[in-house]
Design a protein. Sequence first.
Length: 170
Amino acid sequence: MRNIKKLLYWMAVADLLLIAFSLRQGMHWLISSQTAFFSSLLVTVASFYAYKLLIQKKLESGDIPPEDRDELDIIEDKHELYEDDTPHDTVADLKAVIKEERAKIGGIKNSAQNIAKTFSAILSPLRVTSYIVLVLGFLYLNRHGYLDIWAYVTGLTVVPVVSLFFGRVR
């Protein structure tokens, strides 16, 4: 929860900077950039929420095994390089493991099953609605002569850039 508040704080700071810059450029720039910013923010939040629901659903169904390591161990040894109980497999065991993993990966059948499982996240109502808002906002600005394309592109890029920066810093 603290991370969400921090992210929203940085989004608000970025939006205030965008508003300050937009006011110097003119009213069309401000309207275009703010429409794009809030549309982009809505799409991003809807995508995060849909992904969160998908992960929760996969955890409940057992597709993703629960993590049995504590957080400190995960931070110190991300790839389990220093685990004491790692078995020393023979070449035959490794070949069997490779065949088993290839069987898990392979085929169009598994791809179709994966698409079917993730389809609810792809077409979640909130996500589809947010994309509709994005398109309708663009069309409204264009139809009424308020669209400044550079301002719109600038407003669209602020949210992904702040999210990327926040993800790197965290």
